[in-house]
Write a protein that binds this ligand. Structure first.
Ligand SMILES: *[C@@H]1O[C@H](CO)[C@@H](O)[C@H](O)[C@H]1NC(C)=O
Length: 156
């Protein structure tokens, strides 16, 4: 009995260290709704970040796949980037800059590109995105985590 516990512990540590090594290679990004129920007119299916991790000084693309139940004539996109939970950057765009409007009923991809300054610190970031229609009605609000790094192995 006594010898089993340490063995289990070292196995756990071994598995934990493997998952730490694998994390930087996983591409799937979890998208969370700001309101946990996700009761928004626009549903978000996922986000594709390229390159991942984002490289400072190089253009990054955030492709958000979503679907809408009604035609969206236009509106705006509000983006807030946080570093270690502290908001560091906010920007507002016309919706038509990121996707051609009007958006028809069904699936669509909103493509947001931005270039982060070369001196942007490496680490874990959160991007929060709000989409409003032309009458300032909230269509959706999501957030997801992304990393800024040199593209080499980074744990943070
Ligand atoms: C993002 O979407 C744009 C426009 O639909 C497309 O041209 C581009 O290839 C996409 N990029 C990625 C990484 O999916």
């Amino acid at each position: 009995m006594d010898s089993v516990a340490p063995l289990k512990l070292s196995l756990l540590l071994f598995l934990a260290s493997i998952s730490l090594v694998l994390v930087p290679f996983t591409q799937a990004t979890t998208v969370k709704y700001c309101d946990k129920k996700g009761d928004y007119p626009v549903k978000v299916g996922g986000v594709k970040i390229s390159p991942n991790p984002v490289v400072p000084g190089k253009q990054a693309t955030f492709n958000i796949s979503a679907s809408t139940g009604k035609v969206i004539d236009g509106g705006k996109v509000v983006i807030e980037v946080s570093f270690l939970r502290v908001p560091v950057h906010t920007e507002k765009h016309d919706l038509s800059e990121e996707i051609s409007c009007p958006i028809a009923v069904g699936n669509f991809v909103l493509s947001h590109t931005q270039t982060l300054p070369v001196f942007t610190p490496h680490g874990p970031y959160t991007l929060k995105m709000k989409i409003e229609d032309d009458k300032n009605q909230l269509l959706t609000c999501i957030s997801f985590d992304f990393k800024i790094g040199s593209g080499s192995l980074e744990v943070f």
